[in-house]
Each structure stands twice: as structure tokens, then as C-alpha cells.
Write a protein that binds this ligand. Structure first.
Ligand SMILES: [Fe+2]
Ligand SMILES: [Fe+2]
Length: 329
């Protein structure tokens, strides 16, 4: 069976396919009846759906995070596409699902990213930082999680391998800025800090099949979790200098840059400031790209409201305008 892509469905189209249930909520109509409100996801994007009938049966049938087989029709509700679900059941082993069509993952070559990260961190000369990076690198369980983890539940890089991609980008930018543009800054500290800054996400998020917070993720968050795992690793290295440890702790704690963005302290060193800005840059550019890719309304020039960036994103690229011969500007 061909698997219809959510983003390509048209109003009025009936379809059957396998999708990930990204969220599921029981809700009540004004008349007092219950229905299920759910967000479906595949590699092409997300689409909201409603189950109006058989509430109790379907409440039991599947959960958030399940892959389901679904039969539905696309309807228009307040100018937005919405799926009216006719039938839905949890996917079974015999369905032999092709996960690559459903669960978004990085488009980059994972081994290539790992090799490039390795290349950059191998330039770190400080022997204590070298030892620290080796401890992470030789931790097989950690590396496995690093290769597949998402960087967020839905903010940016929220797909398998997203955390690796974010760290890879950060290291490449950090290498350039610290190595070429700001040679007075501490290269070793910046590279190590860029590698470490979000590693708490490995304990904050479960990756499969849909990024979701772990209990520790909800209760502590990745900044504290990252600080704890860093302190654990450092305790294995004898005579690790206290001042160096403090600098790295500061980078982890301050990388969100603002208290209202979850950092308990503001960046107070040049290295911490640089890491905050490249983190912010990489996250925001990824948010824009992901918002455009996921936007269902292909005929609109702007995406829907982006709750984090607090704006609509303009989707047309200069190259698209030129090829259409459109000189409306
Ligand atoms: Fe972070
Ligand atoms: Fe980050």
C-alpha cells in the first residue's frame, strides 16, 4: 500500500496510511459529548485530526507515541486542514511498517557527522579537557544515545539524530569563530563547552518513536542533568583544575543566555557568551527551516503563527521568485 504523505493530502481526499500519534487529548464538545483530538505526524509534517465517534473504544485503542493505521478524510475547518478519522488501530508487527516514512530523522550522514566532530575535538590540547572528552567518547552507551537522540521535543532539531546534528553544527561554527575570528578566546574551552552544553538532553528526552520528556527531564531539565553528568565525568579525572571545572559549569548553566529561557545565570565570560550566541543562532535557524517544512498550507506565503519565535515565517525564497519571473516587488 502506498503511504500518502500528510503534507500532500488535499481537502476532500480520503486516505489510509500509517502515522505517528504525536499528541492525543480527550476533549468535550459544547453539547457535552467527548471526542479525541490528535496530532498525526510523518516525515512530511503534522496534521491535526479528530475522532468524533466511538470515543471510549478509541480511548483504549492507542496512546500518544503509538504508530497507528488510520483511515480518514481531510476536511477544512476555519481554513485549516483537519482529518476526520473514520477508523484507527494500533499498528501491528505484521504490518511491516517502513519507519523511515513515518519517523523523522536527520538527513545528514550520521557517521560523517561523528567523524567530523571527532576531528574537531581532537584539536583540543589541554590534557584535562582531552581526558574529559575521551571519557564521553569511549562511553558506548552515551555515544549510541548521542547518535539517535533528538535535540528537543518540538522546538528545534526534534528528530532522530537531531542532537548530534546540533552539536556538529555548533562545533563547526565554534571552530571557525574561536580559531579564526576570535583567537584571543580560549579555543579548548569553547570546543569542549560546545560539545558539552546540551548533553543533558540525552537524559532529558526519550527518542523513540516520538521525542518526549523523561521523568528527570520534566523534574530537572537538561541544564541541570548536563551539569550532573559533567560533574560525574570530571570526578573520574584526578586533579582536574577547579577553575577549569568552574568555567565549563558556567558554560553549561548559562548557555540559554537569559533567565527566562531557563538559565540560572547569565553568560559572564567571553567563551560562555559565544556559546550562547551560536546555540541561539543554530536553534533559531533550525526553527525557521522546520516551520517551513512542516507547514501544511502550501499555497500560503507565510507559515502559521510560530509560538516560540512569535511571528509568521515568510516561506518564499529569492530563487523561487526569480524562476517564476515574478517581479511584483
Ligand atoms: Fe540547551
Ligand atoms: Fe543547544
Amino acid at each position: 500500500m502506498a503511504q500518502p504523505k500528510l503534507k500532500e493530502l488535499k481537502i476532500g481526499e480520503s486516505f489510509t496510511g500509517f502515522y505517528l500519534v504525536e499528541s492525543k487529548r480527550a476533549r468535550q464538545t459544547r453539547e457535552g459529548g467527548f471526542f479525541i483530538d490528535l496530532d498525526l505526524r510523518d516525515v512530511s509534517g503534522t496534521l491535526n485530526g479528530k475522532i468524533w465517534e466511538d470515543f471510549e473504544r478509541y480511548q483504549e485503542e492507542f496512546e500518544r507515541g503509538d504508530i497507528v493505521k488510520l483511515e480518514g478524510i481531510v476536511e477544512s475547518y476555519r481554513d485549516q486542514a483537519q482529518v476526520r478519522v473514520k477508523r484507527i488501530r494500533k499498528a501491528r508487527a505484521e504490518d511491516r511498517i517502513d519507519y523511515s516514512l513515518i519517523i523523522p530523522s536527520t538527513r545528514q550522514d550520521v557517521n560523517q557527522m561523528v567523524a567530523e566532530i571527532r576531528e574537531i575535538i581532537s584539536r583540543v590540547k589541554n590534557p584535562y579537557l582531552q581526558k574529559l572528552l575521551e571519557l564521553y567518547w569511549n562511553d558506548e552507551g552515551f555515544m549510541e544515545k548521542l547518535k539517535t537522540g533528538p535535540a528537543a521535543r518540538n522546538l528545534h532539531h526534534s528528530y532522530l539524530g537531531g542532537l548530534l546534528e546540533h552539536i556538529w553544527h555548533m562545533l563547526k561554527i565554534a571552530h571557525l569563530l574561536a580559531g579564526e575570528i576570535y583567537p584571543a578566546l580560549d579555543y579548548d574551552l569553547i570546543i569542549t563547552g560546545a560539545f558539552l552544553h546540551d548533553l543533558g538532553k540525552i537524559d532529558e528526552l526519550n527518542s523513540f518513536p516520538v521525542p518526549s520528556y523523561t521523568r528527570a527531564g520534566y523534574l530537572e531539565g537538561h541544564i541541570i542533568l548536563g551539569l550532573k553528568s559533567f560533574q560525574e565525568k570530571v570526578s573520574l579525572i584526578s586533579d582536574f583544575p577547579g577553575e577549569l571545572k568552574l568555567h565549563l559549569e558556567h558554560i553549561i548553566l548559562s548557555h540559554h543566555g537569559e533567565k527566562e529561557w531557563g538559565s540560572p545565570v547569565l553568560p559572564a565570560t567571553s567563551e560562555a557568551m559565544l556559546i550562547h550566541f551560536i546555540d541561539n543562532l543554530d536553534a533559531k535557524l533550525a526553527m525557521i527551516e522546520e516551520a517551513i517544512e512542516r507547514d501544511w498550507n502550501q499555497n500560503e506565503e507565510f507559515t502559521g503563527w510560530h509560538p516560540i519565535l512569535e511571528r509568521h515565517i515568510y516561506k518564499r525564497r529569492v530563487k523561487d521568485i526569480k524562476t517564476e519571473g515574478d517581479d511584483e516587488l
